[in-house]
Design a protein around this ligand. Sequence first.
Ligand code: DX5
Ligand code: ZN
Length: 226
Amino acid sequence: MTGAVRIAASILAADFARLNEQVEAAQGGGADSIHVDVMDGRFVPEISIGPVIIDAVRRSTSLPVDVHLMIVEPDRQLDRCVRSGASSITVHVEASHLHRVIQQIKDLGAKACVALNPATPLVTVEPMLGELDMVLLMTVNPGYAGQRFIPAVLPKVRQLREWIATHGLALDVQVDGGINESTAAQAVAAGANVLVAASAIFQSEGGIEASVRRLRQAALAAEVRK
Ligand code: DX5
Ligand code: ZN
């Protein structure tokens, strides 16, 4: 474990007409990073946002900007993402020549993370664990905010946490998709320490700041119970 649980606020469910204000609210509520979901209409069905928005987020916050690339040929976009202000970049194992792309991200000075879809086995990332800053275990099929958490991913979270302990590594375990107070608790209990949430932060009752705080409470309570 690399310290307390961290919350990454995914702007995919934010109101883009008020992006600056909403990113500031997420930071005000105690979010630890801002997560930007880049989709190309090929790796996933939808086209979402890209470097122009990474740049806008960078100017709206002092928090790290965590860029999740759901695109084919991610190596072609790394330089542009880092120049726009990405602090960490996540590429999908299903879309990458992993060893090369990880090296490229590190050479650009960003943190390197690899994401696995729910049906992708953990062994696909095992040879690279020592090179990574974070592994993202998708808890929905990538492509949309507002989907339902897939509990079948939890054994992978547990297994990854075990491997990290066994090998004495320090990487973060991030989960993304369908995270709310209840699923956050399940993910933390299984060993996740970075929680990505879009709908539960930007579209929940009570406002953005309070929602970040509630998620953190749920995560902390689950950590204490471990
Ligand atoms: C899904 C994206 C997620 C998404 C999460 O493909 O990678 O980051 O924004 O949305 P929620 O939290 O609403 O499931
Ligand atoms: Zn994401």
